[in-house]
Ligand binder design. Sequence first.
Ligand SMILES: Nc1ncnc2c1ncn2[C@@H]1O[C@H](COP(=O)(O)OP(=O)(O)O)[C@@H](O)[C@H]1O
Ligand SMILES: [Mg+2]
Length: 261
Amino acid sequence: MSAVEIKSVVKVFNQGRADEVLALSDVDLTVGVGEFVSLIGPSGCGKSTLLRLIADLIPATTGTVTVAGKPAGQARREQAYGLAFQQAGLFEWRTVRRNVELPLELRGIGRAERRARAEEMLALVGLAEFAGHYPGQLSGGMQQRVAIARALAVQPPLLLMDEPFGALDEMTRERLQSELLSICAKTGTSTVFVTHSISEAVFLSDRVVVMSARPGRITAAIEVGLPSRDEAARQSPAFFDRITEVRRALRGAPLASEATN
Ligand SMILES: Nc1ncnc2c1ncn2[C@@H]1O[C@H](COP(=O)(O)OP(=O)(O)O)[C@@H](O)[C@H]1O
Ligand SMILES: [Mg+2]
């Protein structure tokens, strides 16, 4: 069974109206269990739309979206995934701990277990001592880590992230990338990650899926396969080779392997 299976998905917004938009045309994508897949492409190519379809926040016009073998709607109701977006989206009047507890409350999980799980997730993102703070008392990077802890709190088999580090400075971003990878490795989570940063996509992913400008289509999928994900990996020839491959794919140029034939 796959974590996500998207078959022949088309998404039209405002169908039949003057402002009709063909956002996605005929998208097929499979994400394996435990796999980390990034979606990259020019602004407006449908990355967020694709993520929202997986999350069942919007319906597909045609085609099917399956999450962990179930229709996307059923997966949403069973909270089979965690969500984190570019804006942390925390509730200002709730403490950090109670923000992380929220999805557990919605699931009807009892107080003691909620508390324990929130503490565990906050420790994982290095914020245990800030559990009693309010979001306004934290830096942007810390708020983003709270949002990630909240997304992970239900221990979802699938994590959907839309430019979650977009608003962060480069140093914080790199640290959170490493944290995210170690969390995913520990928990065996499958991830679909939207970014417009080529180096971020390459560093994080098992596979980088490249999309074309509107109407969004998948034009290339690049297997990354870095031997490690540490500081050395960021300096390695393999890292730069993959970056070049993704950049070429984004420009619509043939891959190096094809160009030499
Ligand atoms: N709710 C909506 N109604 C109408 N058009 C939309 C809506 N959401 C997205 N779009 C359009 O669909 C296209 C893809 O948008 P989006 O998925 O947000 O792109 P990306 O995340 O890659 O920047 C864009 O042309 C956008 O204007
Ligand atoms: Mg977007």
